[in-house]
Design a protein around this ligand. Sequence first.
Ligand code: PLP
Ligand code: COI
Length: 371
Amino acid sequence: MTTAPDTALETAFKITRKTDGISAVERERLVADPGFGRAFTDHMAVITYTEGRGWHSPEILPRQPLMLDPAASVLHYAQEIFEGMKAYRAPDGGILLFRPEANARRFQKSAERMAMAQLPEDLFLEAVDQLVTIDQAWVPKPEVGTLYIRPFMIATEAALGVKPSAEFKFIVIACAAGEYFSSDAGAVSVWVEENSVRASRGGTGIAKCGGNYAASLTAQMEGKAHGCHQVLFLDAEERRWLEEMGGMNVMMVFEDGTLVTPPLDTGTILHGITRDSLLTLARDNGLTVKEERYAIDQLYADAAAGRLKEVFACGTAAVVTPIGTFKSGKGDCTIGDGRSTGPVTAKLRQTLCDIQFGRTNDPHDWVKRVV
Ligand code: PLP
Ligand code: COI
């Protein structure tokens, strides 16, 4: 059974350095203006799992295409999970990770839901550490961005019977990254999806698995056709309650200073690490925080009445991004002036980024130094 406890790790990481990489000049050109998700670093970390043997053969090797049997389970039954995290350049030139153990733990939860092997937390952390260390020249200056890190696991057993795979690869890749939304986007616009849903109770919404994102793409395309940057999903049962966006959580700020975000007890929303961090920072700042259901009709009514002052998206890629407009089959709804970043949104973003980039003290011990 793939979820059985692992045998001991067989070897330490074997490191094979890339010898024919791009020039330092070309790398610096990419790192100075990386965009999002395309300026990939030179190396990757790979660890293999085989039933009966456990995790073995950890390696850092030059980034390269994967060899997969065409019958590999991931290609047919989508046994795949991933994480998203970042490395930040500190004022002294060092490199920091933000709550990496939270990503390692969420990865284990996702693996459990998708009947995949459990990767020990220390192995996850060591793979990330090793990759960031060897590719440290790819971490941009703080004014440009971060190193976006993408750990993932795929089912590699060649078997067409529907069952949990007996073999997996855990891989970590990384890319230099600027803003997820282009900086001229300002406050973004969001399409409220009223037809398809992202997750239902008992489904896989709580897991960070590729299938959730595949299922969100038609709504994302519809949103784009309506001129929107992102899509907001509603609950599957009543199509009424705000859940989350395609790749980020959502938060509302009201005129009395209360911060509201959808609760996690439905099991349909990703437990965002940015979400959790912002709720903590908001409480630290004396805001009243409520994790409670909030209806889309209420959002339109509160925005029109001026009670709803700010709405923002939050996640590793999005950081904290103000939302200026919601659009749906029912019409448009503008938050504030539709363009500006509200004061609570701005303050939370600043406080979070100052901690992540090591510019201020870190009262919750969230930041871990790699280099
Ligand atoms: N919700 C979804 C669907 C996401 O893809 C993400 C991004 O990872 C988040 C929420 C935010 O999670 P985190 O803050 O851990 O990045
Ligand atoms: C992240 O924020 O890390 C995600 O995985 C979401 C995706 C939109 C890039």
